[in-house]
Design a protein around this ligand. Structure first.
Ligand code: ZN
Length: 218
């Protein structure tokens, strides 16, 4: 494990390498950010948004919490979402979960973990709603499936916020993506077509099949 001095030296080396490639990079970035993407992901240290998508500083606005949960009473998330939608005018909101999520695993376990159990209550609700499907699977497969169901549910929660509903009503173009990252191979897989309009009319619990989000780029 590197010590703190190493972290600071790494930072100097990184800044030097960026400036060597583009001497104006940091000066331009300090004046303005205009990312096209809002990333809502898990706090897990193994899922760093910029690194796994190859995006540079300034290209993605990021919010992370344990198990990438979107709760309509979370003022932290709502403040990030409103700034991203109303001020930055991002065109894509990426809800990215990951297989092997400790938060999702905790929601599957029948014992107390502490405060986190309150935070994970919406995932335990998903577990109850989908118990027939989950109970029929082996434990590891059930955990993976609950990770996927959590991504799909939290993406729908974004679509249901007044912030996104109002933006669509104004004619603002926003696509909400449901992605999942696999820790053991580093691959992101889209789980459903992007949501680009109000989903009020969709039946509750609708889970579209997995799709290739970029069929022409394969
Ligand atoms: Zn996680």
């Amino acid at each position: 494990m590197p010590d703190l001095h190493t972290l600071l030296q790494n930072n100097r080396d990184w800044a030097d390498s960026i400036s060597a490639h583009d001497p104006e990079f940091f000066r331009k970035l300090a004046n303005q950010q205009s990312p096209q993407y809002l990333w809502i992901g898990c706090s897990d240290s193994r899922v760093p948004a910029n690194q796994i998508t190859g995006l540079a500083p300034g290209e993605v606005f990021v919010h992370r919490n344990v198990a990438n949960i979107v709760v309509e009473t979370d003022f932290n998330l709502l403040a990030v979402l409103q700034y991203a939608v109303d001020v930055l005018k991002v065109r894509h909101i990426i809800l990215c979960g990951h297989y092997g999520c400790g938060g999702v695993q905790a929601a599957l376990e029948n014992f107390r973990h502490g405060m986190i159990d309150n935070w994970l209550s919406s995932i335990r609700a998903l577990r109850r709603i989908h118990h027939l499907e989950l109970d029929a699977l082996a434990p590891d497969d059930a955990a993976d499936r609950l990770c996927e169901l959590n991504v799909l549910a939290q993406a729908r929660h974004i679509a249901h916020t007044t912030i996104v509903e109002d933006a669509w009503e104004r004619g603002q173009e926003i696509h909400i993506h449901s992605w999942i990252y696999r820790l053991d191979n580093g691959i992101i897989t889209p789980l459903a077509p992007p949501i680009h309009q109000s989903i009020e009319s969709l039946p509750v619990g609708t889970v579209p099949p997995a799709v290739d989000e970029f069929p022409d780029s394969a």
